[in-house]
Design a protein around this ligand. Sequence first.
Ligand SMILES: Cc1cc2nc3c(=O)[nH]c(=O)nc-3n(C[C@H](O)[C@H](O)[C@H](O)COP(=O)(O)OP(=O)(O)OC[C@H]3O[C@@H](n4cnc5c(N)ncnc54)[C@H](O)[C@@H]3O)c2cc1C
Length: 457
Amino acid sequence: MQDQPFRVIVIGAGPAGLYLARALGAAKIDYVVLERASSAFLERGNHLLIFPHTVRLLHQIGLYDEAKKRSYKLSGKIDMTKSGYVLSDYSMWHLLQERHGYPTLPIQRYDVLEMLYKSIPSREQRIKTGAKAISIKETDQGVEVELEDGTTETGSVVIGADGVHGITKKYIEEAVSKTATESTDTRWLDIPTTSQYCSIYAEGTNTKKIPSGIFYETRDTGRAIQLGADNDMLRVIMYKRLPQQMSGSVSYTAEQMEEFAEALFDMAVAPGVTLGEIWPDFHKHTARLVNQNEGFTKHWHTGRVVITGDASVCTSSVNGLGVNCGLHSAVALANQLQKAVSSLAGNPSTESLREAFARYQHIRGGELQAIYNQAYSSMRQLTWDSWKDWFIDRFLRRWIGSDFLVRKYLNPLICKGQILSYVPFEDVPAPLPWRRTPEASANEDKKSEPLVVGQAQ
Ligand SMILES: Cc1cc2nc3c(=O)[nH]c(=O)nc-3n(C[C@H](O)[C@H](O)[C@H](O)COP(=O)(O)OP(=O)(O)OC[C@H]3O[C@@H](n4cnc5c(N)ncnc54)[C@H](O)[C@@H]3O)c2cc1C
């Protein structure tokens, strides 16, 4: 297989897998994406917050205008108690855009997937749907992935973007447990994935005319609600502490979802409006009750197999950073892979791939540990898990002030966003500088344009 052209097999066509497809294509690396579902974009109802550094990643691959079209404008954030008493009212999203140039875009998961999918050249050949990977084999020469339908895919590297319960991280855990040297590595968190909270996500019609562009967050003991609205639509995520910690993949019935929602009917979703008053306005066929997963995988790679996105680190959705983290990890991985492949005349050896993957984990691991810890605490503070959490959320956070917290944590996190180092482009101008910019700048690209046109690439 060393004699074959370098080929990547991506397992999973979620946001991380599809962004990787674009990134690998831009690096001129051959790839295929395997997705077990019958389509890369099926489910409606789940909303994601795409923060400015991730909007910048969409801009880099030409999807900024498309993302704005599929989104609506956010301006402020209102924190409330269950009675609708306003604890703080802060023009958070407006200030983020002022500082970073890009807006924060609330957008359907469906739209993110469709937009990415439709931007992939030769997508019908590159993205194989109904293709469930069931096992991975790795040698010093390459990899082989067996599919449920009995076929196999061969390549040089497997990237597992197969989510929180995927097979790739299980493969890596087993492979690494056989090598004593790697299993003694204590640099990274090692937290098995479990669920202590469950959530309903849903969208509905804004019949009560809740003001557009505000992100409302209501807190109470063991439960919480986040709601966003534009003139026509409502998007909600509700949280409830589970009676006991759970692990593995769990599905709930429509009756269980109704029961969960009823337990939150008395809570305000916006000043003067309770969940009970608007629950009939939600589209129940797309609403889901799901467990919130939290976990940090210690081992991200072997020599030829590596994980990214939720497969490596998953946080609850409370800070809205999961998909953002996944895309930035995918970009860091693509950068390392592109360097490893482009710096050699032939295919990189297993050892040089292992080094590239280790660099990727080194770049992302530390940052994600901080984000994981922050999201873990935020979930518990929002649901007043202990008297300390209640005190922090109810009083300390208010005394410190939202602007201080955003400047201390969110602005630096956004400034450190990844960027595809080999894809030149021009940022939207912003007062806060980006720590990472493409190595080949847009100006250099413009200068070399006539040469590139004249050459067979
Ligand atoms: C209620 C809720 C709200 C959220 N809100 C936000 C938010 O506001 N902002 C945010 O950033 N994040 C949010 N998240 C988190 C976000 O959805 C995840 O972080 C993100 O989807 C992870 O992307 P991924 O590509 O790593 O994995 P996934 O989205 O899980 O995709 C994995 C893909 O792999 C496929 N797959 C799995 N196994 C196989 C196999 N064996 N063979 C082939 N294909 C396979 C799956 O079918 C799937 O398509 C939220 C999550 C939830 C549950």
